[in-house]
Design a protein around this ligand. Structure first.
Ligand SMILES: [Fe+2]
Length: 252
C-alpha cells in the first residue's frame, strides 16, 4: 500500500477540503487509490494561511475519530511556505514536521521566483535538527525553465517530492516534463498527491505509480511510493533513488 505524505484534506484550515464530509470522501478515494497511510500537511503560510500547530492538532484529532472505521492510518504534518526566517520560526514551534522523530519538514517555494539565499535558509533549518523536503519543484516556473537551478539544493542533499498529478500530466506538459527530468536525474526521493479535494485535485496514485513503473522499473516505483515515505515517517535516512539508466544524479 502506498504512503501519501502531502495533501490538504484536513478540513477548514487552508485551500483544501472545506468540511469534514469532504475529508471523509477524500479519504475513501485515497483508500481506493491503494493509499494505506496518509499524512495531512495543511499550509502554514504567513499572511495567507496563518495556521497554529495547536489548532491543527485539534482538528486532526476530530478527523481521526470520525475516520476511525476507514482502513487508513493517519498522521499530521504541515507544508510550510519558505521565508528567510524559516529556522527562527521553527525554533518558536510554528511548524509541524513529519513523522515520529519530527525529522523532516515539507517546505514549498514561490512558484514564480526562486527566493534569494534559499540554500542558506534551508541550511540554517538543518542546523536546528530538521531536514527540509522540497515540495513539488517540478511546478516551479524557474525549475521548468532550467532544472539546474536546483544544483545547490541537490548538492546539499535536500530531499525533493514530485506530485502524482505532475507525473500523469494533469498539471500540464511543462510540469510533467520537469517531473520526468528530475526523476531522470535521480533527484526525487518520493512522490505524493498534494490532493486538495477528491474532485479537481485527487490522489491519482495508481496511475502515477504505473507510469513510473513502466519508465523506471518496479524498484524505483516502490522506493518513491512506499519505502522512502515510510522512512520519512520513521525518521530514518532516505534511500537514494536511481534515475534514468540507474544514475544517481547527473548534476554531480
Ligand atoms: Fe501542498
Amino acid at each position: 500500500m502506498y504512503i501519501d505524505l502531502h495533501n490538504h484534506l484536513l478540513p477548514g484550515v487552508d485551500d483544501g477540503a472545506a468540511k469534514i464530509s469532504q475529508t471523509l470522501r477524500g479519504l475513501e478515494t485515497a483508500v481506493n487509490e491503494n493509499v494505506g497511510v496518509l499524512c495531512f500537511t495543511p499550509h502554514i503560510w504567513e499572511g495567507r494561511f496563518p495556521n497554529e500547530p495547536g489548532k491543527l492538532r485539534e482538528v486532526f484529532e476530530r478527523v481521526k475519530e470520525a475516520a476511525a472505521s476507514l482502513p487508513i492510518e493517519l498522521h499530521l504534518g504541515s507544508e510550510v511556505f519558505y521565508s528567510n526566517g524559516l529556522a527562527e520560526e521553527h525554533m518558536k514551534g510554528a511548524y509541524i514536521p513529519i513523522g515520529k522523530k519530527k525529522r523532516f519538514l515539507l517546505v514549498e517555494l514561490s512558484t514564480s521566483v526562486m527566493p534569494r539565499g534559499v540554500a542558506n535558509g534551508l541550511y540554517r533549518l538543518m542546523l536546528q535538527g530538521v531536514e527540509p523536503v522540497l515540495a513539488h519543484p517540478e511546478r516551479y516556473l524557474y525549475v521548468q525553465k532550467d532544472p539546474k537551478c536546483l544544483l545547490e539544493l541537490a548538492q546539499a542533499q535536500v530531499p525533493m517530492q514530485v506530485t502524482t498529478q505532475s507525473v500523469t500530466g494533469a498539471f500540464g506538459s511543462a510540469a510533467q516534463k520537469a517531473a520526468m527530468k528530475l526523476l531522470d536525474l535521480g533527484l526525487i526521493s518520493f512522490i505524493a498527491s498534494d490532493a486538495h479535494n477528491p474532485e479537481t485535485r485527487p490522489f491519482v496514485f495508481r496511475e502515477a505509480v504505473r507510469i513510473i513503473n513502466r519508465k523506471y522499473g518496479h524498484t524505483t516505483a516502490r522506493l518513491l511510493a512506499i519505502d522512502n515515505p515510510r522512512r520519512v515517517l520513521e525518521g530514518d535516512n532516505l534511500l537514494p533513488v536511481p534515475g534514468k539508466g540507474g544514475k544517481r544524479s547527473a548534476f554531480q
